[in-house]
Design a protein around this ligand. Structure first.
Ligand code: CP
Length: 315
């Protein structure tokens, strides 16, 4: 694999999930694979799980990780071509990407959506410019439109629980005081489109995701109806896509509570974290034995590790 920018870069999701589960049993099995090689982890935005799990995954493979909080410590980058750089941007991505590529063999990048410029966000300006100018493999650690390492960890988490029938999986919007990006929801939808499952998306009207991502997915505006017989309930807030980046409704009734979970098929509660308790999900749900959020976070290591392994095998 050359780059990991989207879950569809995997040649086969199901095989990759099985490989990750095997790797988890013996995480140092390939500790020589990355020996003598370096990965730069560039963070334009905050992180807990992505930063630590990707660093751990790299170390498990013998890679040397260099981590930089680019958003707060790097020069502000210019991405436009032919521009007179006499304002706040001190360095062009053309030089920055080429320079960084001299220091490492793989570059992993976190660069969230602006939520103010839809066109630029959809163009994945940061990721695609690094891909264009760095000339080394690029890994998406959450971009403007996707979080494929999270989606792969989610697929691993669901496979480990494996229900003895075609599972019903619900992606539910939940309230949040701030405008959040669509990346996690997008990648979860794209991952579910590669699964044999009864998949339903539920959200208030006005929170439709990008139709180019959801395609023909089932959308149910009645949250409790959507939850009926669900084996997995994946919860996430996102801002409006049509009224781009806006919070068009903060209806508290959409918070996940025990009453809603009671109509599921003893369903597992999933969230990528971080999560706001008693805003997105009630304590009674996230603290219940059906909550698998901690295992999801654990599987971030093995998702990153299987992705880096596949890239190292092709360098
Ligand atoms: N789920 C996730 O990506 O967590 P962080 O933002 O803490 O990395």
């Amino acid at each position: 694999m050359k780059h990991y920018l989207n879950i569809n870069n995997l040649d086969n999701l199901q095989n990759t999930v099985q490989e990750a589960i095997e790797l988890k049993k013996d995480e140092l099995k390939f500790s020589e694979l990355g020996k003598g090689k370096t990965i730069c982890l560039l963070f334009f935005n905050n992180s807990l799980r992505t930063r630590l799990s990707t660093q751990k995954a790299a170390q498990n493979l013998g890679l040397n990780p260099i981590v930089m909080n680019f958003g707060s410590e790097g020069w502000q980058l210019e991405y436009e071509d032919g521009i007179v750089m006499n304002k706040d941007k001190a360095e062009h991505v053309k030089e920055a990407a080429k320079v960084i590529a001299q220091y490492c063999d793989i570059v992993a990048i976190r660069a969230f959506a602006s939520l103010t410029d839809k066109e630029k966000d959809l163009a994945e300006v940061v990721l695609n410019n690094f891909k264009k100018y760095a000339g080394i493999p690029v890994v998406n650690m959450e971009s403007a439109v996707g979080h494929p390492l999270q989606a792969l960890a989610d697929a691993i988490s669901m496979e480990e629980i494996k229900v003895p029938h075609k599972p019903k999986v619900v992606l539910s919007w939940a309230p949040h005081p701030r405008a959040l990006p669509h990346a996690v929801a997008n990648s979860f939808v794209e991952m579910m489109q590669l699964q044999d499952a009864d998949f339903v998306i539920t959200h208030p009207k006005g929170y439709e995701l990008n139709p180019e991502v959801t395609k023909d997915a089932t959308i149910e505006y009645d949250q409790k109806k959507a939850f009926e017989s669900a084996d997995f309930v994946y919860v996430k807030n996102w801002s409006s896509f049509n009224d781009y980046g806006k919070v068009v409704c903060t209806d508290e009734k959409w918070m996940i509570d025990a009453d809603k979970m009671s109509v599921t098929n003893n369903g597992k509660f999933m969230h990528c974290l971080p999560v706001r308790r008693n805003v997105v999900v009630a304590d009674e749900v996230i603290d219940s034995e059906n909550s698998i959020v901690i295992e999801q976070a654990n599987n971030r290591t093995y998702a990153a590790q299987i992705v880096l392994k596949k890239i190292l095998e092709d360098i």
